[in-house]
Design a protein around this ligand. Structure first.
Ligand SMILES: Cc1cc2nc3c(=O)[nH]c(=O)nc-3n(C[C@H](O)[C@H](O)[C@H](O)COP(=O)(O)O)c2cc1C
Length: 195
């Protein structure tokens, strides 16, 4: 039997996305956003939902651009810090001792030490209630050389991203590989009733 626990913004595996933006004076800022994900394939788009009270919200509205830096496990404390302090009164990059790097393609900074970065221009936004849903077009992705596989894509076992769990207010790593996705043999298995 399942118990009803009521409506909540709960998905169990939320990505940890560090959203980079510039404030009106050009100061780089970064915040932690777990309400987000890939929103479209062509053009490639990503979404993040931000409260108006965040400094980042106004920054994105002004500059029409943001980045998403994906932290590795070893930066879990820095990522958490980015989610508790506001750039309104703090230089979070300086306090976290991380390096703001100006994006090549968009008017926003990213976190130099984090292995994967999405550079985004603001395509749409939608007011949903507590949060504004920002949709950014991904104009480029930058990946640390040592985290790129033979196919030229990020290797998740080297990047070591982590996710946020709302129920326990905790971060979890990726765990072990379970199986291949889009595996044609799965179609055969279920067609023949072998499982
Ligand atoms: C794990 C985690 C996830 C968060 N996700 C979001 C989110 O998706 N949207 C949001 O508005 N705030 C989120 N926050 C809170 C912001 O990161 C926080 O308010 C931050 O101080 C905003 O920074 P800023 O004012 O410099 O933009 C999250 C915080 C944590 C720790």
């Amino acid at each position: 039997m399942k118990n009803s626990i009521g409506p909540k913004p709960l998905l169990l595996t939320n990505p940890v996305l560090i959203v980079g933006s510039y404030d009106p004076s050009g100061k780089p800022n970064a915040m932690n956003a777990a309400w987000g994900g890939i929103a479209n394939s062509n053009p490639p788009c990503v979404s993040v939902s931000l409260r108006k009270a965040t400094y980042t919200h106004g920054n994105i509205m002004n500059r029409k651009a943001f980045t998403i830096s994906i932290p590795s496990e070893k930066y879990v404390k820095e990522a958490d810090y980015f989610g508790m302090k506001s750039g309104k009164d703090t230089d979070k990059f300086e306090s976290a001792r991380l390096t703001p790097v100006r994006s090549e393609k968009v008017d926003a900074p990213y976190v130099g030490e984090f292995p994967v970065v999405l550079e985004c221009t603001l395509l749409h936004y939608l007011e949903l209630g507590s949060h504004t849903h920002f949709i950014g077009e991904i104009v480029d992705i930058k990946v640390d050389e040592e985290c790129i596989n033979e196919a030229g894509l990020p290797d998740i076992t080297k990047v070591l991203p982590f996710c946020f769990d709302l129920s326990s207010r905790s971060y979890y790593g990726i765990g072990k590989k379970l199986d291949k996705a889009f595996d044609p043999s799965v179609l055969q298995t279920f067609a023949t009733g072998a499982r």
